[in-house]
Design a protein around this ligand. Structure first.
Ligand code: PLP
Length: 387
């Protein structure tokens, strides 16, 4: 039988990371010592107190059954407590928070809750690819908001045309930002809230990196006046606690918007493993423990890689947080060509800026999720490249 794929996936370009992975595997098979600074996946293990909590909770037979759709009340309340402690934002677990199977799950399902066919979602470019693909899956149209270095990698809301705004239902934002590592200013968030309120647009703020900062502490979008009227915020335990394999996150904010995502989820999944949620409670309750050590490691690595690249004449966007170093390609080479040259001539995997959208052209992203020695080795290899 000829299995026909839906247009929605037929028309999707091949997933960039899959393409890079295939080339990486070919090099590994040839015995090349590949340095992979591609995907942002922490190499530091999950703190042992969290692993112990999972172990204990996994022994409880109650946790072997279907979890509740929206997450355990104890987890949702702990998220609210964490918001109060960390951001001084008052939320109610029951009204304002639901658990997610990782924040990617929530981000990917959000358009199904707010977008009708023909509606528009504003998406940052360069940006996490899920925003636009999920919008298309819901029958909507993504509208690109360029993130330019000249504007601190924040979108210029004033240049979005009126006819686009009329059809716009949601706007995705993400600070601290992946891939650029930029932080949003107070001024920008305030302006975004005013803009959303005037134009009836729901802000979906992806806040996966608020805990990976070096000096200045990033704010939650929900700290700003009026934010809860116009928005929701996605959080992840993945990056903060090195829990990418565990799949736990949460969405918090506007009651009706959170309920809408909850309604989608009841029809699609059956919640996150309760033992993982209980481990998540432990993670959040003592969230400061071990965090500083991790931050220090990422900070040192980011500086090491930034200085290394600068020493060979590469222009680096100085990271204030996240574990990404975003830099301009040497000699104006195109992102795809540079990524290929890194891979084939230096055995280094980095992500071409264009993997995050057309406005990533001319840039490359490196994840500092490998140790100092490997980062130093990467700089040495790049130094020898002839471009
Ligand atoms: C890693 C990442 C996510 C997904 O995190 P999970 O909770 O592991 O699904 C979401 N958004 C951004 C910007 C990310 O970098």
């Amino acid at each position: 039988m000829n299995i026909e794929w839906s247009d929605r996936i037929k028309n999707l370009p091949p997933y960039l990371f899959a393409e890079i992975d295939a080339k990486k595997d070919a090099l590994l098979a040839k015995g090349v010592d590949v340095i992979d600074l591609g995907v942002g996946d922490p190499d530091i293990p999950t703190p042992i107190r969290i692993i112990n909590a999972l172990h204990q909770s996994s022994l409880n037979p109650d946790n072997h059954r279907y979890p509740s759709y929206a997450g355990m009340m104890s987890f949702r309340d702990e998220v609210a407590t964490w918001y109060k402690k960390r951001f001084d934002v008052s939320l109610e677990g029951k009204k304002n928070v639901i658990a997610l199977i990782g924040s990617k799950e929530g981000v990917a399902h959000a358009p199904l809750a707010f977008i009708n066919p023909g509606d528009i979602a504003l998406v940052p470019d360069p940006g996490y690819p899920v925003y636009s693909v999920a919008t298309e899956f819901a029958g909507g149209t993504p509208y690109t908001m360029p993130l330019l270095e000249s504007n601190g990698f924040m979108p210029d809301l004033d240049i979005i045309p009126e006819d686009v705004l009329k059809k716009t239902k949601i706007m995705f934002l993400n600070y601290p930002n992946n891939p650029t590592s930029a932080f949003a200013t107070d001024e920008f968030f305030k302006k975004a809230i005013d803009f959303a309120s005037r134009n009836n647009i729901l802000i979906c703020h992806d806040a996966a990196y608020t805990e990976v900062y070096f000096d200045e502490k990033p704010k939650s979008f929900l700290e700003y006046d009026g934010a809860i009227d116009v928005g929701i915020e996605f959080h992840s335990l993945s990056k903060t606690f090195s829990m990418t394999g565990w799949r736990l996150g949460h969405v918090a904010g506007n009651e009706s918007a959170v309920a809408a995502i909850g309604k989608i989820k009841t029809n699609i999944d059956s919640g996150a493993f309760q033992a993982v949620q209980e481990a998540g409670i432990e993670a959040l309750r003592n969230y400061r423990d071990e965090l500083q050590d991790r931050i220090n490691i990422y900070k040192k690595r980011s500086q090491l890689l930034s200085l290394g690249l600068q020493s060979i004449g590469i222009e680096v966007y100085e990271p204030k947080g996240t574990f990404y170093v975003w830099f301009k390609n040497p000699n104006g080479i195109l992102s795809k060509d540079f990524a290929n040259s890194l891979l084939e001539d230096a055995g280094i995997v980095m992500t071409p800026g264009t993997g995050f959208g057309e406005y990533g052209e001319g840039y490359t992203r490196a994840s500092v999720t490998l140790n100092d020695k490997r980062l130093e080795e990467a700089v040495e290899r790049i130094k020898k490249l002839t471009i």
